[in-house]
Design a binder for this molecule. Structure first.
Ligand SMILES: [Fe+2]
Length: 257
């Protein structure tokens, strides 16, 4: 559960968020989704300072990357990480903020926002891009276990036969995604492990027609070319094999929990 901390210089300009107003510091619970461990998102606020008054702040912000761009070398090169994070992810955040403003959206929980506004391509693509990338940076965090552990390791062996068999199926999903998209290991609403693939920036927890289907992402790989082309060019399979070297299985096991 992630809480945003908004200082007293921020007040919400809309009636919806009047209940959050306080004289002193206020705390707004935002991401109900525990996967957004480092996501920083605030309620719509009006920043007031001496230089600039009555300017709408961005609703969603780029979450901090908790490791250096070269931390995943040699599996993901520093330049790819830098461009991926500062250009691609940042563009999704900017696009989402623009869409939120355009459609006067008040949902501050990104998961709910995506479910409510699935029919709006700018929200679906940019909101999905923000969600997926925020998840991705955490699941490749170099601080975690490099091998499957705990209950998740047991569940993978039970569901797929072995860790290697799981990797074979996951690789197949990642390679068979035509064009751009993602491959995921999810825990379904029924508690089963399942490998799925989503196109473009579609998220792993929405049904095809919109609406939350109860799936929880456990691991996910970005197979857009921007994620690997500088180092691997057209050899997506090499990138997928490298991904297995950098999965944060400690977090994945917690998410499976
Ligand atoms: Fe990406």
């Amino acid at each position: 559960m992630i809480d945003a901390f908004i200082s007293s210089e921020h007040v919400c300009p809309c009636n919806f968020h009047d209940r959050y107003k306080q004289k002193d510091a206020i705390e707004v619970r935002h991401m109900q989704d525990p996967y957004f461990i480092q996501a920083t998102v605030s309620a719509p606020v009006k920043q007031i300072n001496s230089q600039q008054r009555d300017v709408m702040a961005d609703v969603f912000t780029l979450p901090p990357l908790t490791y250096a761009y070269d931390a995943l070398e040699p599996y993901i090169d520093a330049k790819t990480m830098e461009i991926h994070y500062t250009k691609h992810h940042a563009a999704y955040v900017a696009g989402l903020n623009k869409a939120v403003e355009e459609f006067k959206i008040h949902d501050t929980d990104l998961k709910t926002l995506l479910a409510h506004h699935f029919d709006k391509p700018s929200v679906r693509n940019n909101g999905g891009g923000h969600y997926n990338h925020t998840f991705f940076w955490k699941i490749i965090d170099p601080k975690g276990s490099k091998e499957p552990i705990g209950a998740l390791a047991k569940a993978i062996e039970s569901e797929f036969g072995s860790i290697e068999a799981f990797k074979e199926q996951f690789t197949k999903a990642a390679l068979s995604r035509f064009g751009s998209g993602w491959a995921w290991l999810v825990k379904t609403a029924e508690g089963k492990l399942k490998i799925i693939s989503t196109g473009n920036q579609d998220v792993p927890f929405l049904a095809a027609t919109g609406g939350i289907d109860g799936s929880k992402p456990i691991i996910g790989i970005d197979v857009w070319e921007h994620a690997y082309y500088l180092k691997y060019q057209n050899k997506r399979v090499d990138y997928v094999n490298a991904f297995y070297q950098i999965i944060n299985w400690t977090l994945a096991n917690e998410l499976y929990g």
